[in-house]
Design a protein around this ligand. Structure first.
Ligand SMILES: [Zn+2]
Length: 206
């Protein structure tokens, strides 16, 4: 069967002119060292993967990624009776767990969006809530537990925190052009949401 030559197909050429699409499409070759495979993505979502802090990718906005996908992480070991958190960024607590425990402290990375989270091959999933230090460090939606005027608002934010909302601000997958997405988030925060204390100070310093 002879396929038509779409480079000479006038209706398509006209459409491309209207769209101002002068160049042919851009394709990124799949590289398993940089891009998550379908199998890895499904494992991240359904079981989580065992990882250490040194193997995680820390993005310029301090959120956490495995290859080209953002993840949340939590410690594999836990003390009974202590409130358990999952981290969305490299907050001081996550950093400390690695410093004082071991740089190889075993973590689980997952893209599961609801607690209880899968813990590798264990039958029992784990109920965890978001780490307040991560939200404070990111200034997520103006989160702060130290600024009096924000405490009540921040406690509500913590209580009703949803990863699905979080990943609307910080793209879950794929992370394509991070510089651009970080800029967009900053813009989004400045326009629609109260700026964090950290950012506000930075602005007033200028
Ligand atoms: Zn944290």
């Amino acid at each position: 069967m002879q396929l038509p030559d779409f480079d000479q197909f006038e209706p398509l050429l006209e459409l491309r002119r209207q769209m101002d699409a002068r160049k042919l499409g851009h394709f990124e070759l799949f590289d398993p060292a940089l891009h998550l495979t379908g199998e890895e993505r499904s494992r991240l979502e359904n079981q989580g993967i065992a990882i250490t802090l040194s193997q995680l990718r820390i993005l310029p906005d301090m959120t956490l990624a495995v290859k080209n996908g953002r993840v949340v992480v939590f410690e594999q070991m836990y003390e009974k009776g202590k409130k358990q958190h999952f981290h969305v960024a490299l907050c001081p607590k996550l950093e400390m767990s690695a410093d004082f425990g071991s740089p190889q402290v075993p973590l689980v990375a997952t893209t599961c969006l609801h607690s209880p989270f899968p813990v590798l091959n264990h039958q029992k999933r784990r109920s965890l809530s978001v780490c307040p230090d991560c939200l404070a460090m990111l200034g997520y939606k103006g989160f702060s537990l130290t600024r009096n005027r924000r405490i009540r608002y921040s406690e509500q934010l913590l209580r009703y925190f949803e990863l699905t909302d979080f990943f609307k601000v910080y793209t879950l997958y794929p992370i394509r052009n991070l510089t651009l997405s970080v800029k967009k988030e900053l813009l989004h925060e400045t326009v629609n949401e109260p700026a964090s204390g950290r950012r506000r100070r930075r602005v007033s310093d200028q």
